[in-house]
Design a protein around this ligand. Structure first.
Ligand SMILES: Cc1cc2nc3c(=O)[nH]c(=O)nc-3n(C[C@H](O)[C@H](O)[C@H](O)COP(=O)(O)O)c2cc1C
Length: 183
């Protein structure tokens, strides 16, 4: 059986964002497992305008083609005003069928591990028939990053998060494989 394709979606797009560091860390853990094809999916690359504000046929097509090529998702979620970023919500809204009957795991960060944003995302995913797995890596902006609110921010995750990332990936692959049979 061919390997599943899992997209690691960076949820933030701002200048100086921390999500690329977190996404690369998740990818390096995932790649060591060798059990799926893992790739970083950067929303910023798709230059999606706010939905409905401009003709974005080309960008929307490229984004949906990328989503359609994936069997499951790891969302790198950062907390903005107790929820997910507007960029992530907008990108989610650009897709419909391409999300359906797939699975997702969450790695979040913020002052309380990005927990409030992660829980909001779970509600959104339900509407899109994306099955979100239970295990969740929640990183602290205070203890898992050095100089977090400066341009010199460096991601230094505590060892304990490794267990949760692997536990999340175990569940994600199981459900991504199971849901593939529905599509
Ligand atoms: C507009 C905005 C709102 C934020 N609101 C929250 C918040 O409600 N709770 C929280 O824990 N952190 C909050 N933060 C801090 C972010 O979690 C932190 O800056 C994080 O690095 C943002 O992710 P990014 O670097 O990938 O953009 C906020 C940051 C921004 C830019």
């Amino acid at each position: 059986m061919s390997k599943l394709n899992i997209g690691i979606i960076l949820g933030s797009t701002r200048e100086g964002r921390l999500s690329p560091q977190v996404g690369q860390w998740v990818k390096s853990i995932a790649d060591q497992r060798g059990d799926a094809n893992y790739e970083i999916v950067d929303i910023a690359d798709y230059k999606l305008p706010l939905l409905g504000e401009a003709d974005a046929t080309e960008q929307a097509t490229a984004w949906n083609e990328k989503l359609a090529s994936l069997d499951g998702f790891v969302f790198i979620v950062q907390e903005y005003n107790h929820s997910i970023t507007a960029a992530l919500k907008n990108a989610i809204d650009y897709g419909r069928e391409a999300w359906n009957n797939k699975a997702a795991g969450i790695v979040s960060y913020g002052s309380v591990g990005g927990a409030r944003a992660a829980e909001h995302l779970r509600g959104i995913l339900g509407e899109l028939l994306v099955a979100d797995v239970r295990v969740h890596a929640a990183l602290s902006i205070f203890t898992d990053f050095e100089n977090a609110f400066t341009p010199d921010a460096v991601f230094k995750p505590a060892d304990l998060h490794l267990t949760n990332v692997n536990g999340m990936l175990d569940q994600l692959l199981a459900w991504s494989g199971a849901l593939k049979t529905l599509r």
